[in-house]
Design a protein around this ligand. Sequence first.
Ligand code: PMP
Ligand code: GLN
Length: 386
Amino acid sequence: MSITPSITSRLPQVGTTIFTVMSQLAKTYDAINLGQGFPDFPMSPQLVEEVAKAMRDGHNQYTHMNGYPLLRERIAEKVNNLYGYPINPETQITITPGGTYAIYTALTSVLQPGDEVIVFEPAYDSYIPNITINGAVPVLIPLTFPDYRIPWDEVRKKITSRTRVIMLNTPHNPTGMIWQEADMRELENIVAGTSIFVLSDEVYEHLIYDAQIHQSVLRYPALRERSFVCFSFGKTYHCTGWKLGYCIAPESMMQEFRKVHQFNSFSCDTPKQVALAEYMLDTNAYLTLGAAVQQKRDYFCKLMQSTPFEYIPSSGSYFACFRYGHFSNEPDREMAIQLTKEHGVATVPVSVFYQDNTDHRVLRFCFAKKESTLEEAVKRLQTFHP
Ligand code: PMP
Ligand code: GLN
């Protein structure tokens, strides 16, 4: 008889991510899934064709461990055009299997046990496990509610000699909040003269609305010299299942990042990188993205006015949050389960993005869906009466 040895968990507090839980629940109850963030409309057929072509052309073996060189060159051109930062594609970009992996790898390259990492809550659910598995300590700062802004005085108070990284995410998941220039200036002032790194999660860089500007840390010389900046092709090209992204950092930081990367995935999917290098020449594909997805946000929010849920303005990402505390005191997890089971619409309860489960009675809806999906979801929500 074999006895499997027991594991002392590296992540004892962690269960299954809410995205999987809600998507599974949506399947079980045949609900429309506005929970997990992924589009239900097709990606570009031309990009699909480019992948097929790359495979037919024989691009089927390992590519360079840091990423297909032409793709890195195209990214460098884009970063220079958009953010005015001339990066070296040889030394400053690494292609990764997704943005999540890039974030984990960046944290793993810099963190030592006992280091502190400033994290704003609500926080994307991978951040804190990525910090604790490295023996570091998350220092949590709640965004203000309901406008979800950065409480800068609080940030200044939480900086210590052990602060190693400040993490930011703009446009922000789950709230759709975006950082403004004034926020970047605050951050610049706080880190000036310190040995603090910045980790900027910018996977929604093009999903930004109302003619606002994406405040990439790459625009700010005093920030980019200490920043890992993480991106996702999945979000930009409506192919979240591809799990391809990249990280940009100064050379000395990227060297450490690559030490971790080379013994983890080593390299990523070759044909998709070849295809993306070709497809990135069409700058319209990402420059028009914000306006196209904004229409979905606007359409969804207009439809939602026929329900009792109250919109909290979203300036970016795939998501909009809605409150319901004015008509119900039900905890948000229960509300999310009830809506899925009884009304056929899955969402994500925002309390899961707080370590202490702060519950403002808010649900996150993904509006990156076909109009018909949004219409059907709202029709179902209209059957909900408080
Ligand atoms: N950060 C945030 C805030 C996200 O919403 C996502 C989306 N999944 C990611 C990182 C990771 O993206 P990827 O699917 O490329 O790993
Ligand atoms: N980023 C997506 C979301 O927030 C999901 C990604 C995932 O399932 N890990 O819903």
